[in-house]
Design a protein around this ligand. Sequence first.
Ligand code: ATP
Length: 263
Amino acid sequence: MINVTDSAGQPPALHVAGLRFAYPDGREALRGVDLTLAPGERVALLGPNGAGKTTLVLHLNGILHGGGGRVEISGLPVIPRDRAAIAEIRRRVGIVFQDPDDQLFMPTVAEDVAFGPANLGLRGAELDARVDEALAAVGMSEHRDQVPHHLSFGQRRRVAVATVLAMRPEILVLDEPSSNLDPASRRELAEILETLPVTLLMVTHDLPYALELCPRSVILDAGRIAADGETTSLLADRDLMRGHRLELPFGFDPIAAAASRHP
Ligand SMILES: Nc1ncnc2c1ncn2[C@@H]1O[C@H](COP(=O)(O)OP(=O)(O)OP(=O)(O)O)[C@@H](O)[C@H]1O
């Protein structure tokens, strides 16, 4: 046990220490990553293609492991050989993958959202309440009996978020949540994500979206944390951004955008 706590004695929502990982072909994807998230924080994980972002995310619930270092979720170590611990970790860490169709496979929206909690043993009214709560959180209650694949892409992404929320995770990890969304769907999803009572880690190449949602950002490059700080300051540092192949949209001014959001 690492025993990292805040002043109130509460463990961090996420604590990663010295995490290393190489794929079987020998490619080193993580070279000693340290990252701590406080409960309720919203943090963007930025970095160029191939930086190791997905590899890091796949360590948070034990899908990848074995390279060295430690991961703890609210003080509980992620130990892949301990099946009971991994079941609890997978309940605590909900990952929404980039393609919603990877997470939707049941005949109706409600059945997709019920799938996870039903696997936890929930039944009847308790299960229905979970489904209602998760669909309401993403504004999709009226679509509960629809076939997921008849929904728009933006609606399918929201249902994918609901399938994870139905597990009442402590940490919600989102891989490129704004990709392929039109401006209205993008804004609606941001409004939903902002109100969720979870710790949020968002992997994104959409820097304005990171600024909109996440007060803090972390830049991962070549398997190492290259910067960790206030999103506005990181995005405003042109040399830092250029040095890690991160590009703001033409004419986008992070300081002005942050000021207009929080005047
Ligand atoms: N299954 C795999 N086998 C071998 N190497 C891999 C595998 N998956 C990823 N890698 C390599 O590990 C490194 C990190 O990849 P990863 O997918 O974690 O990066 P990423 O930051 O998520 O990139 P992107 O922004 O493109 O999604 C890259 O060099 C990649 O080529």
